[in-house]
Design a protein. Structure first.
Length: 171
């Protein structure tokens, strides 16, 4: 029987004029880097609403507040990095975030190493996590039911884990 894993994560999309706030993910061994949204794993007993604010502060230094729930993305895929393989169910809760204070800073000794306001028109040319495209689609369409059809994964988009990683889900 194939093992099953569930990962719940919360992500914030913060837009300012024509720019999106992004963080650069670094794999645990430092060999891979790509752009992602501020956010990450929801800890046991933590509300995703609070998790996204915590993650924004940890990864980029800003304090923020949730303006609205944008939606939820749910994906299941087979991963080989777990011994014997596993079906990984990744659930991402997406929020629109507004910066209320703090200063932009780069995370030290964390899962990201750089934070920046990137022009939205440049996003499609970045090596990036698929969650950025999901968030932009949710922000653009604001589906009343909060559901977005899966965004195709190709080109510079990433939807896999670094080999040897013990974390699961979107990067």
């Amino acid at each position: 029987m194939t093992a099953q894993r569930l990962r719940l994560a919360a992500y914030g999309i913060c837009l300012r004029e024509d720019r999106i706030l992004l963080a650069r993910y670094v794999s645990p061994d430092g060999s891979q880097r790509h752009w992602t949204l501020p956010g990450g794993k929801v800890e046991h007993t933590e509300d995703p609403y609070h998790a996204v604010i915590r993650e924004v502060t940890e990864e980029i230094g800003y304090q923020g507040e949730v303006e609205r729930l944008l939606g939820v993305d749910s994906r299941t895929r087979h991963v080989d990095w777990i011994p014997g393989g596993a079906e990984l169910h990744s659930m991402g809760v997406f929020y629109r975030i507004r910066v209320t204070g703090g200063q932009l800073r780069h995370e030290a000794d964390g899962s990201t190493d750089l934070a920046d306001w990137i022009p939205v028109v440049q996003v499609s040319r970045l090596e990036r996590a698929v969650i950025i495209d999901i968030a932009l689609k949710l922000e653009h369409s604001l589906p009343p039911d909060g559901h977005v059809e899966p965004v195709p994964v190709s080109g510079l988009l990433r939807h896999q884990l670094p080999s040897g990683s013990d974390s699961v889900g979107y990067s």
